[in-house]
Design a protein around this ligand. Sequence first.
Ligand code: ATP
Length: 723
Amino acid sequence: MLLKRLEISGFKSFAKAVSLEFPTRITAIVGPNGSGKSNIADAIRWVLGEQSFKHLRGKKGEDLIFGGGGEESSASRKVARLSKASASLVFDNKKKVFPVEFEEITMSRRVYRDGINDYVLNDSQVRLKDIIELLSKVGLGASQHHIIAQGDSDRILYASPKERKSMVEEALGLKIFELKKTEAERKLAATEENIKQVESLRREIGPHLKYLASQAEKMKNAAEIRKNLAELSVGYVSREKKTLEREAGEIENTKGPIEKKMQIMEKEIREGEAMLGGGNEAKNFFDELKRLDSAHDAISHKRIEFEKEAVRLEVAPAKSAGASNNMLAKDRVKSVLMELASNLESASRSGTMEAVRNAIFETTQKIYSFLESINGENHAAGKPDTASALNRSKEAISALANEEKEILAKKLELQKEYETRARNLQKEGAALRVKMEELAKTKEELRSFAAREEKTDALKKELELDFSELLREAKSAGDIFTGLERADMRKKIERLRIRLEEAGGVDESVLKEHDETKKRDEFLSKELDDLKKTAGSLKDIFDELADRVEKDFETGLAKINVLFREFFREIFGGGSAEIKMSKPEKPKADELEENWQEEIAEEPGLEINVDIPRKRIRSLNMLSGGERALTSIALLFAMSTVNPPPFLVLDETDAALDEANSAKYASMLRELGKKTQLIVVTHNRETMKAADVLYGVTMGSDGISKLLSIKFEEAEGVLAKVR
Ligand code: ATP
């Protein structure tokens, strides 16, 4: 037995604390009208968290508190109203029906005149929510379908198909899944809303992110170019440095010896020129030659004089003066002219103007001297001592001839020497010319070095200008440049420089923003994934629950139907009854007036069809009060049998039954009692008979309900009180 006890104090007519023990399967509460029996059912409903004042038969919380009783005039004293009402249900939890560790659970509710409610669970104050949650775990849902209020048993017949369906779901214990379904649906909607929001956020930042990404890409590109450029430049500068150093070294090494060679050559040429004497040699030679010639001429002249003298001395005695004079004159003229001719020829041969002038001068002198000698001869003829004079002349002639010979030999020697010398000079001049040519070539060579140096200097300056910063740290390394390598490399560097300029600068703030925006987008994307996953699993949960609810509902409904039909046939002695899903068809025009048909058409739900034996029943409305009660009871018992609630409170459900049906009801009650704990409020003898424990409720003139535990036999008496 789950329900152990109900304790009430100050609740409605129960001003004084009473305790109802429920030790058996069926407990009946009996008593006269208005004694407070239904207040007991109300108290149970209230403790279980009922919020509807309508169901509690009041308008506000205050109505639930004992409001005072008795009359001033009557025998009994007037009883004052109370300030609070309380009720507690004690559950046996040894079997851990409630999923908590306690073996006994006391659930209490209190209300004060100000309307404040307290909920207490085993001495701890809790929230209503906690109570509802705990109860829902044992199939005591908020709809409280297990407490059938007075006159409410046929509610299921009047209810709309949709409400009916909900009631059956509740009875089948599917409400908890329905709630979960609704919860999943609510969560799904919230998740989908979140998805929409996140998607909208992503859409918002999308274009900006795209822009930032392109900027960042550009900057990354620029950074890459810069890196390449730096690498290439370092390589270039170090190679160029090495190349230029090598070139300078080479020029220095090669140029030095050439310069030295040139200096030597210049010295040699200077010396050679000095040796060739600048033309003095020839002058000296000709001066000497002239001197020899003059000397020769003078001697020759003297000799000719002596020869003339000798001739004159030899021929003087024999000849006639005239004839010999003529003869003499002829030879002498011949010899003088010969001499003159010879002089002039040699002057002409010498080739110099000076020699010619000298020759002319001497010739003129000789002509005068000859003319003078011709005049003097006429005076000398006929002198004595001719022989000795002749000898002297001859001696003189011979001496002079020898002298002449010597001079001529000297002259010849001089000429020879000069010619040899001239030949040598010519040779040396040629060698000098060769040397000078060579010098010119060497100078040319050096000039080419200057060009190389100039080029190297220019390259160096260019390097300093273009790579001043790099140059400071660069080492001279790498292969030296050959061929077009330098130009190629420079071209590459230039191209990279242009590309870098085109790529623009790097803005760290843009990069940072890109990074942040990207991270945010990634975060949103991840969140979106998570949300979609959540949505997916919620959908799965929802589908699973829907599936389960549908299946359980179907099988449960089928079971209910079997029992419904069985109970119905038992009660009515035949016929048939069924509860089934209505088809959401559009109602026919002529049926539109009928409410229940409209309801069927409005919402899919459960419809009830009954067929009472020997009667043509087309609608539930056509049933009598008793028939309605019986049909409801059949359905209620069928539902409670298929999925028995932990306990069931039936408040005068049997009120409308005649004696025959009361007996059937009682037997059904006994059957149901095997499945669930029953608390029945009744005036019915048959029902009372079925109960194991009976409580009598009475109310005196003080308006306070009193409770007494009675035997069946006593029950009659309790009931008789009012009769
Ligand atoms: P019946 O057999 O006619 O259904 P019952 O035994 O079920 O009657 P209840 O409806 O439980 O009777 O009790 C009604 C009684 O409780 C009334 O007399 C009413 O005056 C009394 N009552 C209801 N609320 C209060 C209250 N707040 N204070 C005092 N008495 C109250």
